[in-house]
Every structure is written in C-alpha cells, then in structure tokens.
Write a protein that binds this ligand. Structure first.
Ligand code: PRP
Ligand code: ZN
Length: 297
C-alpha cells in the first residue's frame, strides 16, 4: 500500500451519483477546491481529496490503492468483487448511502408471455454485468449465451444482437421506451461507500473513522426531526402514546406553570400533519417540528 497522508475518495465524474455524492460529502463537512481539469479536487478543510472518474473504474482504483474510498453503485462493486475475487481483490461496502437506488434485472420483450427463468434457456442475453448474470444463471441452472456490452444494452434486442437483457432499472422508463418488461431482479442496488477490506493504518485510517462517524450522523438524520410541544402533566401519558414509534421524549419544567411540561422528542422520519392533529387532540399545544442538521452520538 502506497503511503499518503491524505485520504482520497473517488466519485462518479458525471452521472446520477455525482450530485448526491458531493452533497453527502458536503454535509459531512468536506468541501473541495474545484481544479481546472476537474479530475482531482483538493479538500479544503479536512485532509481528504476527491477524484472524479468513470463509475466503473472506481473499484479498480481502490483495489490498486490509487484511492482509499469510492462512492459507487453496489452493482458495480459486486460485479468487480465477483469477477476479481480469485485474484484476491477484496473490497468492502463500508456503508449503504440511501441514494441512487435501482435494480439489476432481467428484461425481456413485452411481446413475450414470461412464466419463469427457464424460458431464457438458449437465449442470448446482453449485459454490462456478465459475472453477476453468470452467477444468477448458474443458480437457476440455465444455459444461455451472455453478450457483454459496455453500454446501450437496452437496444440490443431491437438490433437483433440479443434476445433479452440484464441491466439496471430505476424508473423503468428506459425499458418502456424499448418495449421491454422487467421480469427477474438479480440485485437491489444503491450508492455505497466502498473501500479496501483492510483500512489504512496511518493517519488516513483515523480520517476514515471520523468520516464514517459523520456519515452515520448524516444518514441517521436525513429524515430526522425534533418535535416540541407543551402539555398539561395529566395529558402526558396520552401524548407519549401518540408519538411516532421510537421517538425519545425529554421533559422540561415550565417556569410559573407547575401543571405544564415542555416535551422534546427526536423522531426518525417525518411527523405527519395527521399525527400532529392527533397529538393536539390528546392535549398538546404550541407544537412545532424542526429539522435536525447535525448530530454526533
Ligand atoms: C442506467 C441503465 C439504463 C437506465 C435505467 O444507465 O443502464 O439505461 O439507467 O434507468 P431508468 O429505469 O430510470 O430508465 P445510466 O443512465 O445509469 O448510465 P450508465 O449505465 O452509462 O452508467
Ligand atoms: Zn456507468
């Protein structure tokens, strides 16, 4: 492992994961000076730099220790890991990041009355994920010809170069536009933070630990909010029963109002209008919900 004193994170240069990845890193307190070629961005606050690359190159860059971490789809990571497992290129998914959700699926022409994977036997299936597809086909016990394409997989059936495809599906718009139907899901994917199996042992390891803690705070808080309300003491039990599941209430006395309490509760997920109305009916007043910006456990 080559020694560096700054952590290097690779993200997709331009694509669906670029903006959310940058936004997430920013929320973790990482900001970058934009360089002219936009390939390497120097981190301004923390000793963390950014590499902007093609998403498919990210696992390889981590395996070669060119960078320490990468934000990449689980699909890309899984394909790499499976294809290169024999060479000992072990990567690890440090965290699932909750954006860029999609599925790696088999899609067949809409005109096919699909009843099961056995119907794929003898077909040619186009994909950019040959190793994941092979593994799935082996599990199903069916023999097909896998046609590996770098991109534009969805047009292969129309061009006659394949009968079906195995590709990423997010909204389904690409499949619909190509008269294909999604029939089997091989992998549920989302953006993940990937890294080498063994974390760096120098200062970069400390920075990684710090980043993971911040990430956990950001991920946990993404949907969290803080609920405040005032309640008569005798309505407290009823109100606590109406709080969202898992909400942790803290109570404060109110000066000059011995029969009243102030309640604060951290809620994971949003608090709906309906819920607030129920809480109000149970006796609460002066209720408000505020977003939580940072949290350190
Ligand atoms: C993926 C995939 C499909 C499309 C599916 O490509 O290969 O073409 O997205 O999304 P949809 O269901 O919302 O239509 P992407 O745009 O991520 O580009 P890439 O495969 O070249 O990385
Ligand atoms: Zn790609």
């Amino acid at each position: 492992m080559n020694s560096r004193d700054r952590l290097r994170i690779a993200i997709q240069k331009s694509g669906r994961l670029t903006e959310p990845a940058l936004g997430l890193l920013k929320r973790c307190g990482l900001t970058f000076r934009q360089s002219r070629d936009k390939l390497f961005c120097f981190g301004e606050g923390e000793p963390v730099d950014l590499l902007l690359v093609r998403d498919d190159d990210i696992p390889g860059l981590i395996a070669q220790s060119v960078c320490d971490l990468g934000i990449v789809g689980r699909n890309v990571l899984a394909e790499f890991s499976l294809a290169r497992a024999a060479e000992g290129a072990h990567l690890r998914e440090w965290r699932a990041l909750g954006f860029g959700r999609c599925r790696l699926s088999i899609a067949v022409p809409q005109t096919l009355d699909y009843c099961g994977s056995w119907q794929l036997a003898g077909q040619r299936i186009a994909t950019s994920y040959p190793t994941l597809l092979r593994q799935w086909l082996d599990e199903q016990g069916i023999a097909v010809e896998v046609v590996t394409l770098a991109g534009s997989v969805e047009i292969a059936p129309r061009l006659g170069t394949a009968d079906s495809i195995c590709d990423l599906v997010q909204s389904g718009a690409t499949l619909a536009a190509n008269q294909l139907q999604e029939v089997d899901v091989l992998l549920e994917s989302e953006a993940v933070l990937a890294g080498a199996e063994t974390p760096p042992t120098d200062e970069r390891g400390d920075m990684l630990e710090l980043l993971l803690k911040r990430l956990d705070g950001v991920i946990q808080l993404r949907e969290s909010c803080l609920l405040w309300l005032q309640t008569p003491k005798d309505a407290l039990d009823a109100i606590i029963r109406k709080l969202p599941d898992g909400a942790q209430p803290t109570l404060f006395p109110l000066a000059g109002q011995p029969d009243q309490l102030m309640l604060q509760a951290l809620c994971s997920g949003e608090v709906s209008w309906r819920r607030m109305e129920e809480i109000k009916r149970a006796g609460a007043s002066g209720m408000f919900v505020v977003p939580v910006e940072k949290m350190l456990a």
